[in-house]
Ligand binder design. Sequence first.
Ligand SMILES: [Zn+2]
Length: 335
Amino acid sequence: MPKYYRKVKYIFIVLILFFVLCVTGTNYAKNNDIEEEKPNNIVNVNNNNSQPDTLTSTPNPPSVEPENKYFTVNVDNEKIYDGELVLVNSNYECKFNGKNIISLINYKNSSYLVADGNVMLNSGNSLDALNSMMETFFQNTGLDNVIISCGFRDIDYQRRLYEREIANLGEEGKKWVAKPGYSEHQTGYTFDLSLLKNGLVEKFDGNGQYNWINENCKYYGYILRYPADKTDITMIYNEEWHFRYVGIPHAIYITENNLCFEEYIDYIKNISIKNPLNVSVSNAFNDNQNHNYQIYYVEASEGTSTNIPLPNEDCNYSISGNNIDGFIVTIDNIV
Ligand SMILES: [Zn+2]
């Protein structure tokens, strides 16, 4: 064979070998990808054990299928920082200044007191719930001396309060007053209670007949925000007078499971629409109805908005940001 042809032959063989290696390499990479995807699919199927789900009966479910069966609403990612379930503490700043703030003295009923005209709260569900709770408390105990001593505080007020407390107590003051921008009072969903006794203002500690409020506030959507046994998590000393509105099913779940709000927000992140948290409530808010609430979390998508899945178009739902990274959906089924 002439030298020239031998060279061509060798080049041809090298090219074939190179081609074979390339094809084998690509297949190997593809196989590796498939291997890596398998565990996720298995986890998805196992996660659906308590809810009937078409995904379980599909032999090889494509990863896009589960999303398609839900109705979705598109929510702006700015809303992560908005709503009744925003977690505000020393790590997570409140990004809004109340919601339709009103002066409580003009909206309260006669079953409780208010410190002065400067006590402000959000109007809406949380205000209606407070009025209803205090009215029922009065009907049950005959006591009308509970004072709402503090409600919404704007960031400037909180700054003055914080600086005064640090001046008085030094570093210790930080455990009593939240730093400006990081107070739950800025949400407008929070109030502090005190008592009027013999013309003097006393601390509210939830003892005696007043314990009715601590025991029943969950049925009106309120929680005692800083329990004595959770100070290592909340980083705020036991404040027996500080209540926060989060909505009925959430308040009931938090209270009955002895959680603080931080723990609840953490817990709910593992709850998806495929296997939602169910909370059944009868006659909450004295409405004589049975509610079957379904609660789940949706992580915010990258970009400017998130498609939030809903079980169906007609469901009665509300969506709140968690003030961290996503949304909590609450479906209210009246049964
Ligand atoms: Zn407070």
